[in-house]
Design a protein around this ligand. Sequence first.
Ligand SMILES: Cc1cc2nc3c(=O)[nH]c(=O)nc-3n(C[C@H](O)[C@H](O)[C@H](O)COP(=O)(O)OP(=O)(O)OC[C@H]3O[C@@H](n4cnc5c(N)ncnc54)[C@H](O)[C@@H]3O)c2cc1C
Length: 391
Amino acid sequence: MDFSLSPRVEDLRDRIAAFMVEHVEPVEGEALRALDDEVRPGIAYPRVLVDLRERAKAEGLWNLFLANEHDGVGLTNWEYGVRWLTPLLEGEIRSCFSMTEPERAGSDPTNLATRAERDGDEWVIDGHEWFTSGAVGAEVAIVMAVTDPDAPPHRRASMILVPLDAPGFNLVRPVSVMGHDGGPGHCEIRYERCRVPASNLLGEQGRGFAIAQDRLGPGRIHHCMRAIGGAERALELMCERAIEREAFGGPLADKQFVQDFIARSRIEIDGARLMTMHAAWKMDTEGKRAARQEISEIKVVAANVFMDVLDRAIQVHGALGVSDDLPLALMWRQGRWLRLADGPYEVHKMAIALRELKGAKARMDETVAASPNGAGPEAQPVAPSTVGAPS
Ligand SMILES: Cc1cc2nc3c(=O)[nH]c(=O)nc-3n(C[C@H](O)[C@H](O)[C@H](O)COP(=O)(O)OP(=O)(O)OC[C@H]3O[C@@H](n4cnc5c(N)ncnc54)[C@H](O)[C@@H]3O)c2cc1C
């Protein structure tokens, strides 16, 4: 694996870093306040973000994730349909995604209870969802609903586009998350006899989980990349504070406890970055399906590294670290949920272990088959009953 960046990527990385310092960091606080104050139904983004996006577009730093020559633009993007696709990609409107239910579907989405039934040329949707992130100010929700209740679990559900002004779409409340319910929100929604045209089905009927898998691979790795970026920023702030702040006769940077924080953070971030780059490389060269194990691994590692580095950065800043004068406390609130969303930590670890066990079981079976009498070594370990569960 070659870790050197192409001249094009190196140029993009330098320009993005300069853009962040010159244009994003000076308005960071203002943008966060504006998200809370300005976003409401009909307003997807606050003015300050709209202006930043225009500037990024003008400088060719927009929608970089679509420039993936190996995976291409991706099926699901096009399936969002030109009604919605162009303004979404232009950043003029936002979408949100509704799959998690307070009563049923969460870690195990096959428990989904939200139902969509055909009535002539329409889908009629009934369900209770929450943590539909970004619903306030969004134009359209992508709803996962059971359309084929008698099919096997992973073929029961479909994705359906629901404009937020559709009859029967009821935004109950943004759920308060760690004391915060402003801005785009993580919303509770009731779909009550909610009617949309039959053509709002995304892709094939019953293929909702397949589309979700397509989205989740790249989506998860993007979360990891953001987590690593956040951890880098926290380490930078930690180092600056350690150099500037004095206690017990000298700078914090001279204390070995603090040096341990800094060294461990650097080691963990670099490890997470290498794992992420490896997972991304495997996705690009062998495809999303082949890279599922590496994506699960990095989802576990990156979220934890982010939280651990942030926690140390907060500690080195003392009271300032938990204040809202710095972005660390906000980053902690944003980062904590990475261990839950897009598959909780424990579910990814379960998937990793089951794939390992499946591989081990296959190797054991091969050994048995290849042995002269077909009986294999005398002391065969007993394989766990769950082996083979992940496909
Ligand atoms: C900030 C935030 C934003 C979100 N945004 C969205 C969104 O936009 N759209 C959307 O649909 N959902 C969203 N979610 C929901 C998220 O996907 C779910 O929280 C996640 O799937 C877990 O489901 P649950 O919360 O119902 O937890 P549960 O399913 O109740 O699980 C609770 C806990 O049980 C444990 N657990 C579960 N399975 C196992 C297992 N096999 N082995 C061991 N332990 C296990 C885990 O510790 C898990 O955290 C968001 C969540 C958060 C926190």
